[in-house]
Design a protein around this ligand. Structure first.
Ligand code: ZN
Ligand code: FE
Length: 253
């Protein structure tokens, strides 16, 4: 059984350490803050053996070199990670599998936020690390890809079992909730979640991880096909509706 330790990093990132107690293999999912991640591992008596990157952005791969230098950890990730210095020892993409001790993760391509963005899915554990592709009630900005690519990526995540636990890389939930409820105001699941999220944040608690089930019920981007009327585009295709919502989110205050 894998152990997952989640902790805040930088302003609004989360760090994740995944530990296999049997073999003592320990992966950090992304490297937002090398010093913080190594301190969190040390406090648990875990030695970081692996770095698994989701995409090249500095708040995800910026600590690779320092952690590798200190621990000798093997770096796994998309080829694009080479853009910020410490290239992966092993480049992976859709269909590849990665081992952490006795556990196996499957790689999904979830490009769009960056072209090479990937997610790691532990099928047996029903756990996925989705980086900046999908957030609680939100999704990543499309910096490098197209709406079509991003929509296909989100649908790859949406096709996982509904009881999958999703770990996303940022605590953006409250801002996402404001946008979601604006475009999906009469959704009772969303109303309940917005209240729940407000309570968690007021208590200083994380809203991550979340289940895919609650995302399918409340995430306006996954629900784009159902929200065409609220963006006044009843005849839009699903991907057009998604693109329009994503664009509106960029300008939403
Ligand atoms: Zn990013
Ligand atoms: Fe990020």
């Amino acid at each position: 059984m894998l152990q997952i330790h989640q902790f805040p990093c930088l302003d609004d990132n989360y760090g994740f350490l995944v530990h296999d107690p049997e073999t003592r293999a320990t992966a950090t999912i992304d490297t937002p803050d090398a010093a913080k991640i190594m301190a969190e591992a040390e406090a648990r008596g875990w030695r970081i053996t692996d770095i698994w990157n989701t995409h090249w952005h500095p708040d995800h791969a910026g600590g690779n070199a320092a952690i590798k230098a200190a621990t000798g950890a093997a770096v796994t990730g998309p080829g694009e990670v080479a853009r910020i210095g410490q290239a992966p020892d092993r480049v992976v993409d859709q269909g590849d599998t990665v081992k952490l001790g006795g556990a196996t993760a499957r790689v999904l391509n979830v490009g769009g936020h960056t072209l090479g963005h990937i997610a790691y899915v532990f099928d047996a554990e029903k756990t996925a690390f989705v980086g900046d592709a999908l957030f609680a009630m939100g999704c990543g900005r499309i910096f490098e890809g197209t709406p079509e690519q991003m929509w296909a990526s989100l649908n790859r995540i949406a096709a996982l079992p509904r009881d999958t636990t999703l770990y996303c890389a940022h605590e953006y939930t409250q801002a996402n909730a404001k946008f979601a409820i604006y475009y999906d105001p009469i959704n009772p699941d969303l109303q309940a979640r917005v209240a729940e999220v407000a309570k968690l944040r007021a208590a200083g608690k994380p809203t991550v991880p979340m289940t895919l089930d609650i995302e399918l019920k409340t995430n306006p981007f996954l629900r784009a096909p159902l929200l065409k009327r609220s963006i006044m585009k009843p005849d839009a295709t699903d991907v057009e509706a998604f693109a329009e919502l994503r664009e509106r989110k960029n300008n939403f205050k």
